[in-house]
Structure formats: structure tokens, C-alpha cells
Design a protein around this ligand. Structure first.
Ligand SMILES: [Zn+2]
Length: 254
């Protein structure tokens, strides 16, 4: 471990190095919307999938509010986004995509949502869970906050058998939870080799070109500036660990 106390992870009893987890056999990535997982962890998941990890992507909402087009049909948009997600998953090498189809923008953190996350973790039985950081300050999107809380509390419920025994599923404890865009990052995955794959997966979400990718679907120069922004963000994320291009996370041992 580096001397920098910023790397200290009080939850991590194993005191592992703060970069590049050993490739897990299975990972469950949970995003509020189609494209959230690719932004936060697309490079890491592509790296793991290429090394044999079974990657399951779980999308909580239907993405039906993800447009600034006044004439958009939300039902049609949701349908299109399922297809975009499938294409992005194929680029990353993910094994499965699950959609919970909650209404975009209206997700609330409830005991029912916690039960759903617990069920997903117990069914998929991943070594690593990856999702939104609910502790991140000023996280604007309500779906990101609600998903983050439900995932964290769902992981604890999945771990302890007295939660939701009516599910009839065995308890399951992942080895690690990684939270992307974290309030305090303390874990870093090198994505230098996977950066282009991450971009390719993001660009599969062509319905989001205007809202989250600066018009990347409209013109070459806009796509180039989106890629440049993503490259600069990956560089920033890698800096604390001395990596060129990285995805940074908060790592928690549940
Ligand atoms: Zn989102």
C-alpha cells in the first residue's frame, strides 16, 4: 500500500493493493439507467470479461425519460434502449443483461427495492458487485441515489440469511463492492487496454448521444470531443494511483 493515507480503506480487512483486483469469476454490475454501467465501469468489466469473468448487467429503470426531444415517445425510447443495452453488453463481453423496468426518474428507495436487490445478488451470486455510490455528495439524479442505497443495503441483506427468508434462496456474500464515481475513491482499475472498448460500448447508446455525450451521434467532431473528454476523465481517475487511464472506485468489503 502507498503511504498516502487517502488509500486507507477502513472496511478492507485484507489490506489488498489499491489497484487491479484479481479477476473475479463473476461480477454483477447494477446501473440505474442503460449507459450508467458503461460510464462508471465499462473498461473494468471489459477487462474482466476478456479474462473469463461472467459479467451480469442489471438495469434498474427503463430509461424512458432519457431524451431532450420534445416529440419523443417514451415507450419507443425504452424499447430502443433495451436494444442499445444489448449491443453495449455484447461489446463489453457481458454474459447476461437483466432489466427491472422501473419507471425512469421515479425510482424510490423502498424495502421492496431492497428485497429485489437482495434477490438479484442471491440469484447471480457474484464475487464482485459494482454500482453507484449513494454517499457521493451532490449526486443529482434521484435514480442514482435510490439505486446506490438499495444495492448497498441489498448486499447486506443478501449476506445475512435472516433477511427475506421467504425468498427461499441461500445467503451470499460478495468479496467486494466497488462504487464508481465515488465520493472518496480508494481503488483503481487500469483500463489503458480497454479504453477503446469502453467508448465503443458507450456509443452503442446512440439515443443518449445528445443528452450525455455532447452530440456524439451527430458529427465526427462532436464524437471526437466526447472521446477526448472521456480520455481526460480516465486520466484524472488514474492519477492518484499513477495509472494512465483508469476507472476509480470506493471499495467496500461487505
Ligand atoms: Zn443514469
Amino acid at each position: 500500500m502507498p503511504a498516502n493515507p487517502a488509500f486507507r480503506n477502513i472496511y478492507n480487512e485484507l489490506d489488498q493493493a489499491p489497484t487491479d483486483l484479481a479477476v473475479p469469476a463473476s461480477a454483477l454490475a447494477i446501473g440505474a439507467h442503460p449507459d450508467d454501467i458503461e460510464f462508471g465501469a465499462g473498461g473494468t468489466l471489459a477487462k474482466w470479461a476478456a479474462a473469463g469473468c461472467e459479467v451480469t448487467m442489471l438495469i434498474v429503470t427503463d430509461g424512458s425519460k432519457g431524451s431532450w426531444d420534445p416529440d419523443v415517445d417514451p415507450t419507443e425510447l425504452a424499447r430502443r434502449r433495451v436494444q442499445e443495452q444489448a449491443a453495449a453488453a455484447a461489446v463489453l463481453g457481458a454474459t447476461a443483461v437483466r432489466h427491472l423496468e422501473h419507471v425512469d426518474g421515479e425510482l424510490e428507495y423502498t424495502m421492496a427495492l431492497r428485497e429485489i436487490m437482495c434477490r438479484q445478488v442471491r440469484q447471480v451470486r457474484p464475487e464482485v458487485v459494482i454500482s453507484h455510490d449513494p454517499w457521493r455528495r451532490y449526486q443529482l439524479h434521484p435514480d442514482h441515489r435510490a439505486t446506490g442505497w438499495a444495492v448497498m443495503d441489498g448486499v447486506i441483506a443478501a449476506r445475512d440469511h435472516l433477511f427475506f427468508p421467504e425468498q427461499g434462496l441461500d445467503a451470499h456474500r460478495p468479496n467486494a463492492v466497488l462504487l464508481w464515481s465515488a465520493d472518496e475513491s480508494d481503488h483503481f482499475e487500469d483500463i489503458a487496454t480497454q479504453f477503446d472498448t469502453k467508448i465503443e460500448a458507450l456509443l452503442c447508446h446512440s439515443s443518449q448521444g445528445t443528452t450525455t455525450m455532447g452530440g456524439a451521434e451527430q458529427a465526427d467532431d462532436k464524437r471526437d470531443s466526447f472521446v477526448a473528454r472521456m480520455r481526460s476523465w480516465a486520466g484524472e481517475q488514474g492519477k492518484p494511483a499513477g495509472l494512465g487511464l483508469a476507472e476509480s472506485f470506493k471499495r467496500i468489503t461487505p
